[in-house]
Design a protein around this ligand. Structure first.
Ligand SMILES: [Zn+2]
Ligand SMILES: [Zn+2]
Length: 267
């Protein structure tokens, strides 16, 4: 009998993504980390069950930034799984201010790598209207996973960190025309389009063209705006970019707000 793929491969499960909640599990063997807890515990457990992610694998919760769609279920989830919470000092201060019952948090600095279970984590700074927001790169063996949502523009750091990931979870937030035509107030449109807002489909596509390498196998578009984007537009834009670089072989998926995606595995 061969060894089970889940013992040697790095799995990424997007439990949900969008302005109403975000959560991703990265796991290998019996160890998993939850990145963001933007759903209630009940909803998170429902999605983990649907996606076949065993609850007992969760060893830590890592938080990208303090916006509600990333931390909604944080304290209750941390208590239920009985695991430490990792975040930046600034974010931790705000989380504690909002909920004094949050237990001890483990702090990291954007740009500083640290080991955690089977993984090496690299949080990197992103540009967003939050306190010390980060994206994450997760290394394990030869596999590299990049997770970056909620950033208004592609800095050199972002581009550098996300190069050559085997699996990429990247924001493709809005279509510029749909945003412009939407009923949103001008100030909000400005905020979304700013360097501290969210990435549009076109910028995501251009980023993909620059960071995809021969080892890249899965690309998951995340944090789509329900009002200012469509799955079709995001898909077409990314597809065209994959075509440009002759990588139509890549497994392209779109994360859903309401249900989990199946786990993708790379070794
Ligand atoms: Zn968000
Ligand atoms: Zn945000």
């Amino acid at each position: 009998m061969g060894s089970n793929i889940t013992d040697t491969a790095l799995g990424v499960t997007v439990l949900g993504s969008g302005s109403k909640g975000n959560a991703v599990v990265v796991r290998k063997g019996n160890d998993g980390i939850l990145i963001d807890a933007g759903f209630s515990l009940k909803e998170l457990r429902r999605r983990m069950k649907l996606a076949d992610v065993p609850e007992q694998c969760i060893r830590a919760i890592l938080i990208t930034h303090e916006h509600d769609d990333h931390i909604k279920g944080l304290r209750v989830c941390a208590e239920h799984f009985n695991v430490p919470v990792y975040t930046t000092r600034k974010c931790a201060d705000i989380l504690r201010h909002r909920d004094s019952r949050l237990g001890q948090m483990t702090l990291f600095s954007p740009g500083d790598m640290f080991p955690l279970c089977n993984f090496t984590l690299c949080p990197f700074p992103i540009s967003h209207d939050a306190n010390d927001p980060v994206g994450f790169v997760v290394y394990s063996g030869n596999a590299k996973v990049g997770i970056a949502t909620d950033f208004g523009y592609v800095s050199q750091v972002v581009e550098y960190q996300l190069q050559g990931c085997s699996t990429l979870v990247v924001e493709s937030n809005h279509d510029l025309n749909m945003l412009a035509a939407s009923s949103r107030p001008w100030s909000l449109k400005q905020r979304i389009m700013s360097r501290y807002g969210h990435l549009c489909n076109k910028d995501t596509g251009e980023l993909l063209e620059r960071i995809i390498r021969p080892n890249t196998q899965h690309v998951i578009l995340a944090h789509l705006s329900e009002e200012c984007n469509s799955r079709q537009l995001a898909w077409q834009c990314a597809c065209q970019c994959l075509e440009h670089i002759d990588r139509k072989d890549i497994d392209l998926q779109i994360a859903d707000q309401n249900q989990p995606l199946a786990t993708v595995w790379t070794e």
